[in-house]
Design a binder for this molecule. Structure first.
Ligand code: NAP
Length: 272
């Protein structure tokens, strides 16, 4: 199937998620509205924020300002670590900041100790319609196995760091087998490997394409949801200009071989 900016993946609860989204971590509240508006103008229809990012108000304002119907935009926010005592209150606070009555996806941001109890709370939030889909983030196979053993609801997504330098094949296979969509965060290695000569050499084969575009396209061709962050209008456009070329099978294999277990964000492997 040909990929386009409108391509969506079906989640295990039958909701649809646009495969490309904009991440807004580390964008100041003052800058977030313009950034989200630029992305919506560039036809992004999926925004990934979190209570911990401190910019939910600006995300909500931009969505309203855009005039695009709310139901045409897929919006994710996340339950922060210190809010596990009362997930419903945390989501209500996020919704107040967003000035919305639901989010499309609510994620447990990190597998803290209270995660199992919080998951039951998220199941209730989904039933109440405050979150259309629920999922997790930074969960390893072991965290997921524990959750699946005792829950009726399979997380719709697991949002984890994922790029060729952290090609988590076992986690991907596990999630696929359980019907969990992987969302690739920090897909541009948080900017750390964009000048890697191996990657530059591949990008050169696609003439006008940048290393960032190669990394985004790699994630799309692997069937992942991918949420690159940029607060720069030109790069927001560049990151969405990935639908007019295809990475060859040989180059996909080469990119797959770049794995070096690089974690640019946090490592959840030790979270008990
Ligand atoms: N669930 C979690 O625990 C978690 C953790 C980390 C991230 N995330 C999510 O994933 C999103 C993306 O991850 P990320 O923000 O860590 O990093 P990223 O998307 O891998 O990389 C962002 C960095 O790359 C730069 N950049 C973007 N496009 C570029 C381009 N075309 N050419 C050159 N540089 C470019 C950005 O700078 P400019 O802004 O100046 O363009 C920024 O410095 C986050 O915003 C967040 O939504 C989730």
């Amino acid at each position: 199937m040909e990929l386009t900016i409108e391509t969506k993946l079906k989640l295990n609860d039958d909701n649809l998620i646009p495969q490309l989204g904009l991440g807004v971590w580390q964008i100041s509240p003052a800058r977030t509205s313009d950034t989200v508006l630029a992305a919506l103008e560039a036809k992004y229809r999926h925004i990934d924020t979190a209570s911990a990012y401190g910019n939910e108000e600006s995300v909500g304002a931009a969505i309203r300002m855009s005039g695009i119907p709310r139901e045409s935009i897929f919006l994710t926010t996340k339950l922060w670590n210190s809010d596990h005592g009362n997930p419903e209150r945390a989501l209500d606070t996020s919704l107040r900041r967003l000035k919305m009555d639901y989010v499309d996806l609510y994620l447990i941001h990190f597998p803290v100790r209270q995660r199992r109890q919080s998951w039951r709370a998220l199941e209730a939030l989904r039933k109440k319609g405050k979150a259309r889909s629920i999922g997790v983030s930074n969960f390893t196979i072991s965290h997921l196995s524990e959750l699946l053993a005792e829950s009726e609801t399979v997380p719709a997504v697991n949002q984890v760091e994922f790029h060729p330098y952290l090609y988590q094949q076992d986690l991907l296979a596990f999630c696929r087998a359980k019907g969990i969509v992987i969302e690739a965060y920090s897909p541009l290695t948080h900017g750390e490997r964009l000048k890697d000569p191996k990657l530059v050499a591949i990008a050169k084969r696609y003439e006008t394409k940048s290393t960032a575009q190669i990394l985004i396209r790699w994630a799309l061709q692997h069937g992942l949801v991918v949420i690159p962050k940029s607060s720069n209008r030109r790069r927001i456009l560049e990151n969405a200009d990935v639908f007019d070329f295809e990475i060859s099978r040989d180059d996909m294999r080469l990119l797959d071989s770049f794995d070096e277990n690089l974690r640019t964000c946090w490592d959840p492997s030790d979270a008990p």
